[in-house]
Design a protein around this ligand. Structure first.
Ligand code: ARG
Length: 275
């Protein structure tokens, strides 16, 4: 078992301030329209998250929030960027569909060549780069056909994983990439979120993976952001924090409780731009 974290690499992230954040529709089991949401608190928590990345020495770009798109704060869903290639998002639900072109425009305006998706996919919510491969979720949002589209575009093997619990509707709610180092990729995941076959795939590919507990999963602890050494994680994910510390990572608890009401955590708010 690996006992040392492979080490930090500087990252570039894209984020969207939650000034228009609210829960006005329900497209996952965490969302409850009747519950009060505090967009000021969401903004404060989001700024703490952004400042945490800056303090860790990462670069943070921001996209202008658009009124009427309350979920736009979940930037991870906006696209997937690998080796500077941008695969645009194509959202499953009508409420979020305008976010795809909005994020695509941001990338085009910033000099990236972007590829319009033909298949339904929710960006890095379901497409996670681990070393040389891409792990891809399906079952609730992203279509399997999008996994093939991403593989063709990125020229990297894409491994399909079936999600079975509606609470963990995006891959990044059930699996965290701790290290993307090609020679030593490491993940943490919550097995009950996956079909039996997909659990088998993960066990084969990552025999030393950190296995998260139910307590970690319900805190959306798997929705963590790692730079290879520091792992920004929900404070409630105490078992996960202990397990990754043992592996040589530094857990950095950041409270995004207000954004959890929409069904997202730190990772959902963070789109990695891989140059
Ligand atoms: N309310 C959003 C949705 O259901 C939350 C998205 C969370 N993002 C993520 N990367 N898991 O689509």
């Amino acid at each position: 078992m690996t006992t040392t974290a492979p080490g930090r690499t500087a990252r570039r992230y894209l984020m969207c301030e939650p000034v228009h954040y609210t829960v006005s529709y329900e497209i996952n089991p965490w969302m409850d329209r009747t519950r009060f949401t505090d967009s000021d608190l969401a903004v404060r928590q989001w700024r703490t998250l952004r400042d945490t990345y800056l303090e860790l020495g990462h670069e943070v770009d921001t996209i202008e929030p658009i009124p009427g798109l309350p979920d736009m704060v979940y930037a991870a869903n906006g696209a997937t960027v690998v080796d500077g290639v941008v695969y645009s998002a194509r959202f499953r639900y009508a409420e979020r569909q305008p976010e795809g072109p909005a994020y695509q425009k941001w990338f085009a305006d910033h000099g990236f060549v972007t590829h319009t998706a033909n298949q339904t996919n929710e960006g890095e919510g379901d497409l996670l780069v681990v070393g040389d491969v891409v792990l891809a979720g399906t079952g609730f949002r992203t279509e399997r056909a999008a996994h093939a589209e991403a593989q063709e575009l990125f020229g990297r093997p894409v491994v399909s994983l079936e999600l079975v619990d509606p609470h963990y509707y995006h891959l990044d709610t059930a699996l965290a990439v701790l290290s993307s180092a090609a020679d030593d990729p490491q993940i943490a995941y919550y097995p009950p979120a996956f079909s039996a076959g997909s659990r088998g795939v993960l066990e084969t590919m990552f025999p030393d993976a950190v296995v998260a507990t139910e307590r970690d999963a319900v805190a959306l602890g798997l929705n963590a952001v790692s730079d290879g050494a520091n792992v920004v994680v929900a404070p409630g994910a105490v078992d996960l924090a202990a397990a990754i510390r043992e592996r040589g990572y530094t857990p950095i608890p950041v409270d995004t409780s207000e954004l959890l009401k929409g069904g997202g955590g730190a990772k959902c708010c963070t789109l990695e731009i891989r140059g």
